[in-house]
Design a protein around this ligand. Structure first.
Ligand code: CU
Length: 143
């Protein structure tokens, strides 16, 4: 019986392919006044994996809500639009920076100051439709 059991184990390991997360750089959380209800964080996501990636959202335990936004110019007025799905093709990078894409964090449960880090998770959707969560710590910086 033993050889059969080993074979089954090998097959089950092969069928579960590990999701490969992208490379992260330039991550920071913008320090805001204590009364601020909306805060922003920025990051560069580089897809060095062998597959296209789909970023579908963010989560931050110290905030009531986290969304990925894009600032756009509508007839001279700056507006923000939630981005529910951002495709990052292989070998390309997604840059979030002030005035463009950002992680919008709403209703903070505590205040963060320079020197601290904010836990923010990026959520990807893999080929099977499952969510894959990348846990990151964003250093707090002055703008
Ligand atoms: Cu926003």
């Amino acid at each position: 019986m033993k050889p059969i059991i080993v074979l089954i184990l090998c097959l089950s390991v092969q069928s579960v392919q590990a999701f490969e997360f992208p490379a992260i750089s330039d991550l920071w959380f913008r320090e805001a006044p204590p009364t601020a209800k909306m805060l922003a964080a920025y990051v560069t996501v580089e897809n060095q994996t062998q597959k296209d990636l789909k970023l579908i959202g963010a989560f931050a335990p110290d905030f009531a809500m986290a969304e990925i936004h894009k600032t756009i110019d509508v007839d001279g007025l700056l507006k923000m639009r939630e981005q529910k799905e951002l495709l990052i093709p292989q070998n390309e990078q997604l840059v979030m920076e002030p005035g463009g894409l950002h992680i919008m964090l709403m209703m903070p449960k505590k205040r963060f100051t320079v020197g601290e880090e904010v836990r923010i998770c990026l959520i990807y959707q893999d080929e099977s439709g499952s969510e894959q969560v990348q846990h990151l710590d964003f250093p707090v910086k002055k703008q």
